[in-house]
Design a protein around this ligand. Structure first.
Ligand code: EPU
Length: 419
């Protein structure tokens, strides 16, 4: 098993060009199934989750070709309607294929998806929405068998009880080729939803209201292929900014979508970092010591503070002056990284959804195990700020979401290697 060795204590300084966004690449790859023609996706990050999505397309009979950050999908032929359980378990996003398969084939067989263990991650909202769209769903023996009456889902009015990102994506994917109009109320407003809709519109879909709470989709009989460029990854951006801030360094983040990162940048600025933005660049300069964030950092659906940036910001705040308080409102078990940070000398108390982080004067290197994708990245951020050497194992978690992780960190002067 591979591990990362990090020698900490250096001020990070340099430039990183941000990777394409994992959380929109995955639903967009699933959406390419709907076109029935060639699609070319640019700025697609090279990640294990992206390869898992391609394997799912392959097993349905589509062809995928990779050339650096460009992915070509030919979905003209579809030969299967079932995703094997082993592929479903590779990542949470496998469930997004349900909407795409229903949209293309009118039926599918899937199972409960895998992904990071962040507490219970049910798919009840996904299933309820599909049922509302006229899909008959039978569950048994770990399989979920879905069939749209008459081979085509029907437009429906769907009120989500929570703005779930995945459920919103699944509804959109199923609705773009459904019979009639679908309205999603209390839809997720994450930028990745807009990216998915941007891709689908380029394929001829009729969607309006994405980025707002009410999305309207007018079903079409057929979509076409297209060429599309995936948006930059705001969470990878938050990760490299947090790392640099924790080290007292300076960074230019290129190819960023500044507006999408505002909810994070507003909080990061309160640590005393100077942040300037211009075009697609973010410049950050950190002083020798960060300050604690005065207000409680509450993770919320977009445009609130993103849950995916909670762990990496926490890593930076372990070495800030004063006490910061986090409140995790999206996932039940998203503090699994805290034990590793405490092992490195951090002072963190977790009580239910609240984590109290008292800044310490310094962290020290330790051997830790990545618990999940963002938790693993937080451990790397802490290790870069710590005195001495750290080892991070189970880095398969990090590889699911960060493209060229060590190269990026080396580009800003971090001492990191994979063995
Ligand atoms: N939920 C339900 N029932 C459902 C669906 C969701 O109870 O049917 C609950 C979940 O258990 C969770 C909350 O609603 O407590 C939010 O879940 P959501 O569906 O919004 O999240 P997701 O689609 O599973 C995506 C991202 C996550 C990100 C969340 C929130 C992808 C592939 N994953 O997950 O990203 O944290 O939205 O923004 O897009 C990551 O990249 O590390 C990651 C975990």
């Amino acid at each position: 098993m591979q591990k990362l060795i990090i020698k900490g204590g250096k001020r990070l300084r340099g430039e990183i060009s941000l990777q394409g966004c994992k959380n929109s690449a995955l639903p967009i790859i699933a959406a390419s199934l709907l076109c029935g023609e060639d699609c070319t996706l640019h700025n697609c990050p090279e990640l294990t989750d992206v390869y898992s999505a391609a394997r799912i397309l392959n097993c349905l009979g589509c062809r995928c070709g990779f050339s650096g950050n460009t992915v070509m999908v030919d979905s003209s032929e579809v030969t299967g309607t079932e995703i094997p359980e082993v592929l479903m378990r590779e990542m949470r996003s496998s469930i997004i294929f349900m909407g795409a398969m229903l949209g293309r084939m009118g039926e599918c067989t899937v199972s409960v998806p895998g992904g990071c263990e962040l507490g219970p991650r049910p798919i009840d909202m996904h299933l309820a929405a599909m049922r509302k769209m006229g899909v008959d769903i039978r569950e048994g023996g770990g399989r979920i068998i879905c069939r749209a009456a008459g081979g085509r889902a029907k437009g429906a009015k769907i009120n989500l009880s929570f703005p779930s990102v995945g459920a919103t994506e699944n509804i959109i994917l199923c609705a773009v080729t459904a019979d009639g109009e679908t309205v999603v109320n209390n839809a997720a407003r994450e930028p990745e939803i807009c990216d998915l809709c941007g891709f689908l519109r380029a394929c001829g879909a009729r969607i309006s209201g994405d980025g707002e709470s009410r999305i309207v989709i007018e079903g079409q009989l057929k979509l076409t292929g297209c060429e599309y460029s995936i948006m930059p990854d705001r969470i990878a951006g938050a990760t490299y900014l947090s790392m640099t801030a924790a080290s007292g360094g300076e960074i230019i983040l290129k190819n960023a979508c500044v507006q999408d990162m505002e909810p994070f940048l507003t909080v990061l600025e309160q640590t005393g970092c100077s942040i300037y933005t211009g075009g697609q660049n973010i410049y950050l300069r950190s002083g020798p010591r960060l300050r604690a964030v005065p207000d409680r950092i509450r993770t919320m659906p977009h445009p609130g503070f993103p849950t995916d940036a909670q762990a990496v910001l926490m890593a930076a705040l372990t070495v800030a002056d004063g006490t910061s308080v986090f409140e995790e409102n999206i996932f039940d078990c998203r503090y699994r990284h805290t034990d590793a940070l405490v092992k490195m000398g951090a002072d963190i108390q977790v009580l239910g959804k609240v984590a109290v982080v008292k800044g310490v004067s310094a962290l020290s290197g330790a051997c830790v195990e990545a618990t999940d994708l963002r938790g693993g990245a937080a451990m790397a951020a802490a290790a870069l700020a710590a005195e001495g050497t750290s080892e991070i194992t189970r880095i398969c978690h990090i590889d699911r979401g960060y493209e060229k992780f060590e190269e990026s960190i080396k580009a800003i002067g971090g001492e990191i290697c994979r063995v």
